[in-house]
Design a binder for this molecule. Sequence first.
Ligand code: SF4
Length: 428
Amino acid sequence: MKFISYNNNSFKKTEYYTRLPEKEREVFDILSSVFHFKVNTYVLEHLINWDAIPNDPIYKLIFPRKEMLPITDYKALQLLYQSGLEEKTLMPFIQKVKKKMYPEVKHCETSIPKVDGVRVRGMYSNFGTIVSLFPDPMAKTCHSYCSYCFRWIMFNNKEAQQNSSYKDPQEPVAFLKEHPEISDVLFTGADPLVLKAKTLREYIDPILEIDSVKVIRISSKSLAWWPFRFTTDQDADELLALFKYIQSRGKHLNLCAHFTHPVELENEAVKQAIQRIRATGTVIRCQGPLVEGINDTPEDWSTLWNKQITLGMVPYYMFIEADHNSESCFRIPLAKALQIFQEAQKKTTGLARTVRGPVFMNDLHRTLLDGVVTINNERFFVLKSLQAPPNTFGEGTIKLIPYSDTTKNAGNLIELFSESPSAIDQLV
Ligand code: SF4
């Protein structure tokens, strides 16, 4: 299959645009000028069920939704569009709305690595044994964009890309050599696997030289968005050879595969891709967020995890959707999230119980929403810190917060799990 991707303008020239109900077309026209949008031929032809618009989960996973904007801004934009003005005339207002919606991603000062007092660009180290790397070419794009993505500020934004990524493949080496306690290196993005195998190797090679690094992780949604990356793309064989080569250098290779809905695992293309990756010895661990209206039933998750096990992958994390979208329209109430996780687990093979969830992945902690307890007739959510910055001493601790049927927010997790206030006083 030939990879053709469409942005908001080119998509309007496809037959699929004309298949959108009129109301959906209007929402698309308005919102795709503010938010990110990219879709490819595989998603259009094989994943979206066009007879089920607007309720199809993959449609909702790709197309922006009205609730992403405050209603007043949406209505203002709607009026301007209905006035028939050209988009370039509307641009100043669109930019204003867009800026308001920029996700706020906080990093603690201690999570920004430095060598000789100088910041190492494109590297973040929230926990003691792992760093995340953002090489410049990997931070730019994905095979398609998810509506709920909080990294969209990086797409088509040179300034944001330059500030948070690095170009020289040697950049992280000095820091990693100074920190032998770091065993895991995560290549992330956007999506690292949009790159050619040759470019990927240029960035991975220097890391393989460091003995204390034992695990290479690559975070990607390409199995879901473009499985041909591992089968028929021109350099698919070279990519799989790179996977083997990483392991031949004595490292464990983990593909953190982002799956959101069981439909993404249904067709032959993805099954074949998974088989080819597994044949290299790479372990595929699966993770994804719980998202309102897309995968918010126990059946969605039990089916997803059972399929992952059948295909030889390891269910790893169910995340609570990040709340960087100020309207929080993708996040569901914590009580419901917990109920979905617990009900789904009851319907899965024991092998799928490796999955942890629901887990907050934002802020600085990996925090598990572990259950509900009643003490003196009062109900509480039980939160457990799975990982925390080394200087906060919070890792492994359990905290209780008041239970609510409706809340989507657990409050400030950094403060909750910090015993050392100094670690939280410098959020940047
Ligand atoms: S694949 Fe990841 S980085 Fe890319 S749009 Fe989806 S959530 Fe964002």
